[in-house]
Design a protein around this ligand. Structure first.
Ligand code: SF4
Length: 973
């Protein structure tokens, strides 16, 4: 760095320290030296900029700056909409400097929200199919007709005792629990999510350790950052995390990336290793063993916070119950995990692994680690990757300390809502089947197979910002299910854009993008708690001008709605007279007898449930709702710290009982919750006292929300529920382990994201499409040579267990030999008969089938077209990649339920007549694969220790009462 730059950096730091000492937000600005590169918030009502298009004339434009929250991934970064004061149109989006998570910064997808709201192909009105499902003919209908039709069907299902026939299947939730509470109010166990094709593998590993299913790494203060993912470019909460990782690197922290692919993240690492896919847990266990063998583990932390006594009592009862015994037992347990063993499994030299282990040992408790999708989502047993990763944190004491990893709920704040309906009274076997008692989330991607087997049917099926035909594996089975009206009575797609799934809907209902809807969020971006508010920015802007808007459709384009108002109105119509007990959860408290409005809903939360917000708002002469509409985010606390060490108040210790392992129970009533972050509910003791904490050094402290109250190195749950061999962190050989591959097969990595794409909803984000629009097959030069001298751009055929797909090759040293990779972000398509769809990224295809044999042939790629946006006439790309997921069978992990995405494939040159984008699949074969993987499970009928379906303490989005957990008297599956 030059002297000049160093001086600038010093000035920047000094300026920042000065501003932050006054408790104000520092706006560093893109140049890194400006003192006010962001518009100061005092001037957000009337901000003046020169019109770039008028250059060289100095023409002023006046804006109102209105905050909202980005909806283009789960990070929920703050955005500022620049609303033109003359036209009341949004002209651009930039970062919101008042947002504690993103701090004014965004990735490319945030500003591209402008493309989405001005998308010339977006759906503007409610549509009803006019022909057969999938035929592509639609007619415009009114919202009233839609609401009355849906309300009547849902009411009938509830009244006739068929509540499980109503299902809401969500892709990107983008909110914290609103819709779950709607379903709870209906008494329907109908929540279904995409999580088992996304993150449940990662979640399971964390959940068994600490009772919470997500990590909150404190990257900014770490000395070593260990990532098993492409976290800097596309990880979970990645922009807020990426900026903190970059800060840590500036301080001198080292970044280690374990990724088979040379991702953008790997290019920024100090150490990048590319192991054999699925071997990650072996590497982590070798490092763990090294820490213990060399005495670099944190003995004090482990002695206090691990459930090592429980492990010894149950697994090694012959040993003396001392920590020293446990240390010896640990070394015996992991004796085989030498660096040489890990090297043999991973292909990474033992010396390199030892070097990494030393680096990690040197970090002590300043070790921030993360694994989310990646290896945990790719492999059978992938959930053990995050479990073995967190083992390193647990050994070094890097848990809930500066620079370590916090449990997510401690860095998250979900406020108590105006109403909290009870969870539903019944169990839904279509989402929580008996074969998967330990699944972290709903077995969503098996739904077509369950429907075909007759396990149930759906009368009203909502897909909401979810595109299972394209996103899930085995998409042709989804098409078969969705086109069968005996299995799916009514399919309602709630979506802002056309999707491969919406083509097979009965109703397509236009929902708003991030500047067109209300939602609340709080995510674990760092050691703090904050609340973000998404809002329809034109509603807020017109509110500032004194207009009262009571229906978001009044400011959105066409008849685009928002879901909050939609669900409230639908619920109101389901129960018009209150007889079903639903209406009371949607009734105004201020105006009894009338429906709740979003203004009242959020005003109540901000006034009653967010500590500090009413006072902060009052200081500026605003109501809490006005304050949130003005600034978009509120920081509740910084430096939350080690909540597990908090003493339990005396009032909660009535009738205290501490068991032999130090678990403390009490009969005191549960205190009123201050927020509603879902916490596990460990079982009471035999006398019915509830667990309140653990005894530590003579005090009762909170501990962790696990059955033992400690970090669970040993999981009694796994041991008692049929998987004793995995009760401790373990290496499970993947379904794509070399021993499971035929000689001519290689591993396909199909999971990685492109940093500038957003699954379904970026299909017409033109700035993003311009950057990234296709997904070639990454092939190492050595493999390209052995497969006949394949060169970049050559068409290749990839054969999977269901069929094949054809795509172009990209020969690169950025991938390990013997492994190929293809991003899942591309390959969007529309059948020829459905019209333009999303014209900027959807190829036109011929979709045909002969019984179970499906064939997709690309008729054309994308091309320039005339629309309200002149840029669509400038489209220069034609190739939009291949939809590889159609050719994948379902691979549910028998424990976590996670779809194991990696594939064993054969790669060869394309055949004459093959064209990129072509696909062939036999769904009879996919049914066979479904049954094969079902064989791996251990049904609750066989393994449940207490006659229930699932351990009650495990998290579940909607949690029925205890009665519903009882297994039925039925023939075991
Ligand atoms: S990381 Fe990018 S896409 Fe995700 S919320 Fe932030 S700005 Fe939006």
């Amino acid at each position: 760095m030059s002297q000049h730059l160093k001086r600038l950096e010093q000035r920047l730091r000094a300026a920042r320290a000065d501003v932050e000492a006054r408790g104000e937000t520092f706006y560093p600005g893109p140049s890194r030296v400006h003192l006010a590169a962001f518009p100061p918030k005092e001037r957000w009502d009337d901000w003046v900029e020169l019109d770039s298009r008028a250059w060289p004339a100095r023409q002023e434009r006046r804006f109102m700056l209105v905050p909202t929250t980005c909806f283009n991934c789960e990070s929920a970064c703050g955005l500022l909409a620049y609303v033109d004061r003359d036209s009341l149109q949004v002209r651009k989006f930039e970062g919101n400097p008042e947002h504690p998570g993103s701090r004014g910064r965004n990735c490319a997808k945030g500003p591209a929200t402008l493309n989405q709201i001005t998308d010339p192909d977006r759906i503007l009105y409610p549509l009803k199919r006019a022909g057969a499902r999938g035929e592509g003919r639609w007619e415009r209908v009114s919202w009233d007709e839609v609401l009355d039709t849906l309300a009547a069907r849902i009411r009938a299902a509830i009244q006739e005792g068929r509540p499980n026939e109503v299902m809401y299947h969500v892709g990107r939730p983008g909110e914290d629990g609103f819709t779950e509470r709607v379903l709870a109010a209906w008494g329907v166990d109908g929540h279904n999510s995409h999580t088992n094709i996304c993150s449940s593998g990662g979640r399971a590993g964390y959940h068994y350790w600490m009772g919470l299913d997500r990590p909150s790494p404190d990257y900014a203060n770490a000395d070593v950052i260990l990532l098993i993912s492409a976290h800097l470019e596309s990880g979970h909460y990645f922009n807020p995390h990426a900026q903190r990782i970059v800060e840590a690197r500036e301080r001198g922290a080292k970044v280690i990336v374990i990724d088979v692919r040379l991702s953008n993240t790997a290019t920024h690492a100090d150490h990048w290793i590319s192991p054999q896919p699925g071997s990650e847990a072996a590497i982590l266990l070798a490092i763990a063993r090294h820490l213990m063998a060399t005495g670099r583990h944190n003995r004090e932390f482990m002695r206090d916070w691990w459930n090592w006594r429980e492990y010894l009592a149950r697994e090694r009862p012959q040993l003396e119950p001392t920590f020293e015994s446990f240390e010896r037992a640990f070394l015996e347990l992991y004796a085989e995990y030498t660096f040489e063993f890990a090297a043999a499994e991973s292909g990474v030299p033992a010396a390199t692994l030892r070097e990494l282990a030393e680096l990690i040992a040197g970090a002590g408790p300043r070790l921030a680690t993360h694994n989310w999708r990646s290896a945990a989502a790719g492999n059978e047993g992938g959930w053990q990757v995050s479990r073995c990763l967190f083992l390193l944190n647990a050994m070094t004491g890097a848990v809930a300390v500066e620079g370590g990893v916090f449990p997510n709920a401690w860095n998250k704040f979900v406020p108590r809502p105006i109403y909290t309906p009870p969870h539903p009274p019944q169990w839904n076997e279509l989402t929580w089947p008996v074969e998967y008692p330990l699944a972290m989330n709903e077995l969503s991607f098996l739904l077509p197979h369950f429907l075909k087997e007759g396990r149930g049917r759906l009368d009203v099926y909502f897909t909401r910002v979810y595109n299972p035909v394209w996103t899930n594996p085995d998409g042709f089975s989804w098409i078969e299910a969705l086109t069968d009206e005996s299995r799916v009575g009514l399919h309602v797609a709630l979506t802002p854009t056309w999707s491969e799934t919406a083509f097979f809907a009965d109703y397509v209902l236009p929902m708003g993008h991030s500047s067109e809807r209300h939602d609340l969020h709080s995510y674990e971006t760092h050691d703090a708690q904050w609340l973000g508010f998404r809002q329809p920015v034109l509603r807020a802007a017109r509110g500032r001008l004194g207009e009262e808007i009571t229906d978001t459709r009044a400011v959105n384009p066409g008849e685009v709605w928002e879901e909050n108002e939609f669900w409230m109105e639908l619920s109101w119509r389901i129960d018009p007279d209150g007889a079903l007990g639903i209406r009371k959860y949607f009734e105004s408290k201020q105006r009894p007898g009338q429906r709740l409005t979003v203004d009242e809903y959020y005003a109540w939360i901000f006034e009653n449930s967010v500590p500090g917000l009413p006072e902060r708002a009052a200081a500026e002469g605003l109501t809490p709702l006005e304050w949130m509409r003005r600034y978009g985010a509120f920081e509740i606390s910084r430096k939350v710290g080690p909540l597990h060490q908090q003493p339990v108040p005396e009032a909660e210790l009535d009738d205290l009982h501490v068991d032999g392992l130090g678990r403390a129970y009490s009969s005191a009533p549960r205190p009123a919750p201050t927020n509603v972050v879902p916490l596990p509910t460990p079982d009471p003791d035999p006398e019915g006292r509830r667990p309140v904490g653990i005894e530590l050094h003579g005090r009762i402290v909170r501990g962790f929300p696990t059955p033992s109250g400690r970090l669970e190195f040993y999981s009694r749950t796994l041991a008692e529920w049929g998987w004793p061999e995995f009760a401790v962190p373990t290496y499970i050989r993947s379904h794509v382990h070399p021993a499971n591959l035929a000689g001519d097969q290689v591993v396909l990595i199909p999971t990685f994201r492109l940093p500038v794409q957003i699954h379904t909803r970026s299909a017409n984000a033109k700035w993003l499409d311009d950057i990234a629009h296709t997904n070639p097959l990454w092939i190492h030069p050595r493999d390209a040579l052995r497969w006949g001298g394949i060169r970049t751009g050559d068409p290749v055929r990839v054969e999977t267990e269901l069929g094949y797909f054809v795509l172009k090759a990209w020969v690169t040293e950025g991938i390990r030999p013997g492994v190929v990779a293809c991003s899942h972000h591309m390959g969007r398509w529309k059948p020829a008969q459905v019209g333009r769809g999303q014209g900027q990224m959807m190829a036109t295809v011929d979709l045909d089938h002969d019984d179970t044999r499906w064939r997709m042939r690309r008729l054309s790629g994308v091309k320039p077209y005339q629309s309200s946006d002149p840029d669509t006439a400038r489209i220069w790309w034609t190739d939009v990649g291949v939809h590889q997921n159609l050719t994948f069978g379902v691979h549910p992990d028998p424990i976590s339920g996670m779809h194991c995405w990696h594939q064993a494939v054969r790669v060869r040159r394309a055949e004459p007549g093959d064209a990129p984008g072509d696909i062939m699949v036999d769904t009879a074969r996919s049914a066979e694969i479904y049954r094969n993987w079902l064989e791996k499970t251990r049904s609750a009928f066989r393994v449940s220790p207490d006659g229930t379906r699932r351990p009650y303490w495990l998290l579940r989005p909607l949690k029925p009462g205890h009665d519903a957990y009882q297994l039925p008297e039925a023939t075991p599956r």
